[in-house]
Design a protein around this ligand. Structure first.
Ligand code: ADP
Length: 609
């Protein structure tokens, strides 16, 4: 079997899986489709009855009955047609909703590595455009394939019933019809493509000529340009005429092939009428039915192109659905009943791709309630350590434990619910301040929210707003400064009440009043919690219990502030670069940065020396 056909069958089965919850609608739709295709082909048979049993037999009462049947068929056709469109659209939408939900849920569960590998635009297109491609695919399955097969099948059945010999003799030509349609269809398509390419080249030439008209004038190239213009125009006309010719003779040949079965019916069927083996009514009905059969056959024959184009979207959607998340929860994953917040990194090795090591053999432990500063030049792996703690990434080797349990053995939701991240990049959603705060804890009462906002030093500001806690943030509401956003994020973390806090310290300078408020808020949020401070400035980690220094993918120093200062190693040098006065070279570096603290660049420069 061809690869494309296999793919089509496979994807059809997979989509049918999504239709399982709608079994009843599916059965109902099938019944309606059968009914509709049967109704839609009744008329020629009624004509046969009219000719044979009414006109020739001169039966007036049957005429009346048949007229009522005609009227009934008309109304049934309309009503069932509307019902069919509605039900098929409803089924398609429901199936697509299932695919959409599954896709969204799946994408949400994929690891962060996936999001850094894929372009955002690509993800959005798959969630939106490609999903509608899936809807078109379902439309093809329900409307085009099912309806055409049913209608074609009914026509064939009724023709065979009327006279199988005449029917089969006419059908002999159908394969030629399908083949010729395909052959000439390809020819026309190829010529159209050629013409389109020439037109776009011509347009580019025109654009170029107009844009560079100055140069054309300066170099006196008008005549040359006109010659080129005429040549390209003539080529376009030639190819356009060729298209007209191809379309013309293709149409005639396909028309001739279409005409042949009808000719056979009239000829062979006419002969049968003369010999009395066929009634006139039957001949007329056969003639009309065979004419009608071209519709479904032609639709089914040309479906290939439509299927291929929707298959692109279907494949893209399933490609995402088949992407396995790298971070998976174990089946027997557990939660820690009375979690203390003891973090350990044991021989952790990590890289985002095997060619570039990020962390090598990292060992440290943070006791419950300890505050630890993590410093190192930009790109030394500080955020990566935080990411591994939250299990956004897993170590390549070694392990990260929480209260002695490997984080891989914990339920992911449990782990993340126990960790709060306060960073400068505060994500606020397009809703009210209250709802943004409630994201920290859905069950928080109004009092809890106010209490948290007070501890985060943001309550007074919120109350100064016209709508207070009901003020919208982002595009539709108030514009918040980065300090205010950060304090909101602190309030949200206070509401979450995690055991562990990761503080990704602000790098941008805030005015001293904001900074003071944030410092106070941070003290409130980190009180009694195990805290990992990713420090971009050294001024804030003076009071921590322990400092971890990263450099060249490894942990180079670890100890309390005093111990590291006494050691006079890399941390001492970083610190001197900020506060020291003895070393001239270091002093120059310090002066070149703001006096707010040694920045990432500062650490970078020292690391490189
Ligand atoms: P820091 O927080 O110390 O600035 P990071 O942990 O962000 O450092 O990054 C460590 C190294 O890993 C850097 O070289 C960075 O370019 C690289 N890195 C970070 N995130 C990714 C990612 N998603 N994909 C590939 N490389 C990454």
């Amino acid at each position: 079997m061809k690869r494309k056909t296999k793919g089509f069958i496979n994807k059809t089965f997979r989509i049918v899986e999504y239709a399982k919850p709608f079994k009843k609608t599916l059965i109902l739709l099938f019944v309606i489709s059968v009914g509709l295709s049967a109704i839609s082909i009744v008329n020629p048979y009624l004509i046969k009855l009219l000719i044979d049993d009414v006109f020739i037999a001169k039966d007036y009462s049957l005429l009346v009955v048949l007229m009522f049947v005609f009227i009934l068929i008309f109304f049934l056709n309309t009503i069932v047609g509307i019902f069919h469109s509605y039900k098929s659209q409803q089924l398609a939408e429901n199936i697509v909703l299932g695919v959409k939900r599954r896709l969204f849920e799946h994408i949400e569960r994929l690891d962060l590595g996936f999001f850094s590998r894929k372009k955002l635009g690509d993800i959005l297109v798959r969630l939106d455009d490609d999903v509608y491609g899936v809807e078109d695919f379902i439309g093809i399955l329900i409307d085009d394939i099912l309806m055409n097969v049913l209608t074609g099948g009914f026509i064939l059945g009724i023709c065979l019933f009327i006279n199988w010999k005449v029917t089969l003799s006419a059908l002999c030509f159908f394969p030629f019809y399908v083949l010729s349609q395909k052959y000439f269809g390809e020819k026309v398509k190829k010529q159209r493509k050629k013409l389109l390419k020439l037109s776009s080249n011509f347009l580019s030439f025109l654009q170029e000529s107009m844009v560079s008209i100055r140069a054309i004038k300066v170099f006196v190239l008008e005549k040359l340009a006109l010659k080129k213009y005429t040549k390209q125009s003539k080529r376009l006309i030639k190819e356009d005429l060729k298209l007209t010719l191809i379309e013309g003779y293709s149409g005639s040949i396909v028309g001739l092939i279409t005409f042949t079965p009808l000719l056979i019916i009239l000829w062979y069927g006419g002969f049968k009428v003369i010999t009395g083996a066929l009634t006139i009514g039957s001949l007329m009905a056969l003639y009309t039915y065979i004419g009608k059969l071209f519709g479904p056959v032609s639709s089914l024959g040309s479906l290939n192109i439509a299927i291929q184009s929707t298959m692109v979207s279907v494949n893209r959607v399933f490609e995402f659905l088949d992407t396995k998340p790298k971070i998976k929860e174990k089946k027997n994953a557990k939660i820690l009943k009375d979690m203390k917040g003891h973090i350990e990194f044991k021989n952790v090795v990590f890289n985002y791709n095997p060619k570039e090591p990020v962390l090598q053999d990292i060992n440290f432990d943070i006791k419950p309630g300890e505050k630890v500063g993590l410093i190192g030049p930009s790109g030394s792996g500080k955020s990566t350590i935080a990411n591994m703690l939250c299990r956004f990434y897993d170590p390549v080797s070694g392990k990260v434990t929480l209260d002695g349990v490997d984080v891989k053995d914990l339920k992911i939701d449990f782990l993340r619910s126990k960790i709060g991240i306060v960073s400068q990049e505060t994500i606020l959603f397009n809703t009210t301040i209250k709802e943004n705060l409630r994201l920290g804890n859905h069950r928080a009462t109004k009092d809890d929210i106010i209490k948290a906002a007070k501890l985060a030093n943001i309550h007074d500001f919120i109350m100064s707003l016209e709508k207070g806690y009901n003020t919208m943030v982002n595009e539709r509401g108030v514009n918040l400064s980065s300090g205010q956003k950060q304090r909101l994020s602190i309030a949200r973390t206070i509401l979450k009440d995690p055991k562990i806090i990761i503080l990704d310290e602000a790098t941008s300078s805030l005015d001293s009043q904001s900074e003071l408020k944030i410092q106070e808020a941070l003290e409130n949020v980190t009180r009694g919690k195990t805290t990992l401070i990713i420090a971009h400035r050294l001024s804030t980690i003076k009071n921590v219990d322990k400092i971890i220094v990263l450099k060249d993918h490894t942990l180079t120093e670890i100890g309390s502030f005093d111990v590291l200062m006494k050691k006079k190693g890399i941390f001492y040098r970083y610190y001197q670069a900020q506060f020291g006065r003895s070393n001239k070279r270091v002093k120059d570096l310090a002066q070149s940065t703001s006096n707010r603290g040694a920045t990432q660049d500062n650490m970078q420069q020292i690391s490189e020396k």
